[in-house]
Structures are given as structure tokens and as C-alpha cells.
Design a protein around this ligand. Structure first.
Ligand code: ATP
Ligand code: MG
Length: 422
């Protein structure tokens, strides 16, 4: 028989395991804790939607819709798309469920997204995001609250050093259109020097040229007109309210008057938390105000603001990812195994992390405990053993270990001898 070929994973997907998985979980757990502090309700969204949900709300001319979507026809002949982002689906859900009654609605979610991009470090075809949205609030206070949430999240993840909040305003529809015209005029004058991609964007999505990563585009993008000259008084006032709110809350920001977001629906506030520690993939969290989106899905005028953050990129920046102290329980002899399993169970019931091998002599089990990343071993011995019935051998001198022996002692109802006490 011919050898069976093992199917390979889809390019740009990841099997997240080991330390990467610990990092991933720590990001999600921290997000789930912090979003509750800010009163955001969790929501679970479908992974696919009718293609129209994204095509209408993101705009046909955006990179995501024109070249990054995974769209397919299902068996019933409907065109479906694997979600490339959360906001459009959440806006659809807002309308089809009649969530208007909950406005202002603060929602958060996380999960996988799909974009047909060129895979590289920090850029995948299936990636994962945290997402936060406030729907039905046109007040600058909503933008401020959302940014405080993002800032606190990065703080609690311990990664705010070296990550800067870059802030811009795209103005209201009127300001944005006037700026757009000025940009088109500027880029047309330099068209021949632009990269092919940017030449294509010139008619479809000129704002995106500002964001180009092509070196030949940078001087032209950097000398482009800034939004400030085109802002209406109202837009200026809104932006001032946002920045004053951030200052009052101690959120540090930096103005980047050429920051734009890739999707058509943004108005007023646009922002990115950026680091230089991830090479070209330096944006870890990004968002802004999208007052026009819900209308583009056929709903009533509904102001909204939100952000999304790449879980993988946040995970890569972590230096401490909430590892809890764990020990291996080892029976001194075959006869003590049942007792050791009962001890293991009792420790877990009392919120202490531990594991016991299925097999192997004590020495092998200790070696294995080291390899599996445990921080020490709890030996279960004969009740009349000279050193006591229980004995802890530490592998590391962790600070968290202080008090652990005492805690175990309380659970087991007897003082525990610890290798560090000698
Ligand atoms: P980029 O400029 O890096 O392509 P974007 O503007 O397309 O980002 P958004 O749509 O704003 O990104 O998504 C928000 C965040 O999601 C990004 O800042 C990034 O952290 C993450 N992200 C976006 N695309 C990917 C991807 N293909 N792989 C991994 N993370 C991603
Ligand atoms: Mg992108």
C-alpha cells in the first residue's frame, strides 16, 4: 500500500501550544477581568456572516474586502465570509437583535479572525483579537473610557513600557472629505514616484497611502497635507474633549496627525498603540470612532467607537504571563500511591496546582516533574518517617513559594518540612 501522506496545516495558521498558549491565555484572562471593571458585557459572535455584512460596512475599496477575505458559497448557494474583523458582525447583531434598547451598549469579545495576507512573524491568516465596542454613544466621554480601558489592559499585562498611544482625529464627514480631496491632489502630483500599490489606492482609498509601509512612499506620505487645516470647529472641539479627558485620567498619548485607519467607516477619533519591539508588525491595539457604519448596514444613525487588539502580538510582548506555582506529588513507595492520589485531589480541591505521574519509580517521577516545569515535589511518605510524613523539595527559589508549604500543611493538617527550611 502507498504510504499515506499526512495533510499539512493551512499556510498562515498556527497550532498554539506550550509557552505560547500560556501567553495567549494570560492575555485573554486579563482582558476578561479588566473588561468587567469597565462594565463591558461579553458577547459570542458567529465566525461567519453573509458576505454583504463586511462588503457594505468595510467598503468595497478597502484592502480587507478587495483582497483579504475568505469568501465562499455554501451548499445553499449563499455567499458567506469568515469574519476578517469583529466590528461589522457586532453591528449586524446590534440591528438584527434590536439591541438599541440597551444603548449605550458596551460589548467585548475575543476569538479567531481570517484574512488572506502574506504570513510573517506577527501576521497570520487565522489570527486572534480582543475586541471592545461602545455602540450608541456619540459623546467624547465614550472615546475616553474606551482608551482608558485599553491603557489599563496594557498596564496590567505589564507591557505599557515601550508601547505608545498615537492619537489622531479624522474629523467629521465634512472635514474628512475635504482632507481626502487635498490628499488626492497631493498624491496625484507625485503619482509617478509612488509604489504600484499606492498608485492603485490613489482613486480607491487615498487615505491608506499615508499608512504605506513601502519605503519609496514614505517621503510623499510624510509631506502630505495634515488633517488640521480641514477640521471643522465641531470636529476640533470633539478632539479637544477627548484629549482633555485622557489627560485628566493620566493616559499618556502622542499626536500623530497622519494616522489613518484602513477601513472606510472611521470618523473623529483614530488611534493605535504602537511598539518598536515587534519589527514591522508594531501595532498591537487599534481602533476609533465609526459613526457611519451602522447606517451603511441599513440601520438608523448610531454613533459608535471601538478597538481591537491582536492577541498573538500582545502575547509576544509579555515578560510575565501569570504562571502559578505548581508541584508534583510523588509517592515514596508503591503502597503509598493511593494515598498520594488522594492528597493530590485534596490539594486541587483547595486551589493548589499539582500533578501526579501515572507511572515510574520516585526518582523518574522527580526527573519528569522538572521536565514538565513543576516548581517542586511533595513526597508522600510513611506516617512514621523520620523527616515527617510529607516533605517538599523545591526546584526553584520562587518568591511565590514562600507560604506554599504552610498552605499545603494547612490543607493536609500537619506541618510540612521543606528543603529550604534546612
Ligand atoms: P496592520 O496594519 O498590521 O495590517 P490592520 O490595520 O490591518 O493592521 P486592524 O484591522 O486594525 O489591523 O486589527 C487590529 C489589530 O489586530 C492589529 O493592530 C494587530 O494587532 C492585529 N492584526 C491585524 N491583522 C493581523 C494578522 N494578519 N495577524 C495577526 N494579527 C493581526
Ligand atoms: Mg492589515
Amino acid at each position: 500500500m502507498a504510504k499515506i501522506q499526512t495533510p499539512q496545516p493551512v499556510r498562515g495558521t498556527q497550532d498554539i501550544f506550550g509557552e505560547d498558549q500560556e501567553r495567549f491565555s494570560h492575555v485573554v484572562e486579563t482582558f476578561e477581568r479588566v473588561r468587567r471593571l469597565y462594565g463591558f458585557k461579553g458577547v459570542q459572535m458567529p465566525v461567519f456572516e453573509p458576505t454583504a455584512v463586511f462588503a457594505r460596512s468595510l467598503g468595497e475599496t478597502t484592502d480587507v474586502v478587495s483582497k483579504e477575505m475568505y469568501s465562499f458559497e455554501d451548499r445553499g448557494g449563499d455567499s458567506l465570509t469568515l469574519r476578517p474583523e469583529f466590528t461589522a458582525g457586532i453591528s449586524r447583531a446590534f440591528l438584527t437583535n434590536g439591541w438599541q434598547q440597551h444603548m449605550p451598549l458596551k460589548l467585548s469579545t475575543h476569538g479567531p479572525l481570517f484574512r488572506y495576507e502574506r504570513p510573517q512573524k506577527g501576521r497570520y491568516r487565522q489570527f486572534h483579537q480582543l475586541d471592545a465596542e461602545i455602540i450608541g454613544a456619540g459623546e467624547a466621554a465614550a472615546d475616553v473610557e474606551l482608551l482608558c480601558f485599553a491603557d489599563q489592559l496594557l498596564n496590567e499585562l505589564g507591557i505599557s513600557d515601550g508601547v505608545t498611544l498615537q492619537l489622531n482625529t479624522l474629523g467629521d464627514a465634512e472635514s474628512r472629505d475635504a482632507w481626502r480631496d487635498a490628499l488626492v491632489e497631493h498624491f496625484r502630483a507625485h503619482k509617478a514616484d509612488l509604489s504600484q500599490d499606492s498608485q492603485d489606492r490613489l482613486e480607491r482609498n487615498p487615505l491608506r497611502i499615508l499608512d504605506s509601509k513601502e519605503r519609496q512612499d514614505r517621503p510623499i506620505a510624510d509631506s502630505a497635507p495634515e488633517i488640521d487645516a480641514y477640521l471643522s470647529d465641531e470636529a476640533k472641539e470633539f478632539f479637544a474633549e477627548v484629549t482633555e479627558g485622557l489627560d485628566a485620567c493620566g493616559v499618556v498619548w502622542e499626536r500623530n496627525s497622519r494616522l489613518v485607519r484602513g477601513l472606510d467607516y472611521y470618523r473623529h477619533t483614530a488611534f493605535e498603540f504602537v511598539t518598536d519591539r515587534l519589527g514591522a508588525q508594531g501595532t498591537v491595539l487599534a481602533g476609533g470612532r465609526y459613526d457611519g457604519l451602522i447606517e451603511s448596514l441599513g440601520g438608523p444613525v448610531t454613533p459608535a467607537v471601538g478597538w481591537a487588539a491582536g492577541i498573538e502580538r500582545l502575547g509576544m510582548l509579555l515578560t510575565d504571563f501569570g504562571k502559578c506555582v505548581s508541584i508534583a506529588v510523588v509517592a515514596d513507595s508503591k503502597e503509598l500511591e493511593t494515598k498520594a492520589r488522594e492528597v493530590t485531589q485534596r490539594l486541587r480541591s483547595n486551589n493548589l496546582a499539582c500533578e501526579m505521574s501515572y507511572k515510574g519509580n520516585p526518582k523518574k517521577q522527580v526527573d519528569k516533574a522538572r521536565k514538565r516545569g513543576h516548581d517542586g515535589v511533595l513526597f508522600v511518605r510513611e506516617p512514621d518517617s523520620p523527616g515527617g510524613e510529607f516533605y517538599i523539595q523545591r526546584f526553584v527559589d520562587l518568591e511565590e513559594f514562600v507560604g506554599l508549604s504552610a498552605k499545603i500543611g494547612r490543607v493536609l493538617g500537619t506541618p510540612i518540612v521543606d528543603s529550604n527550611d534546612r
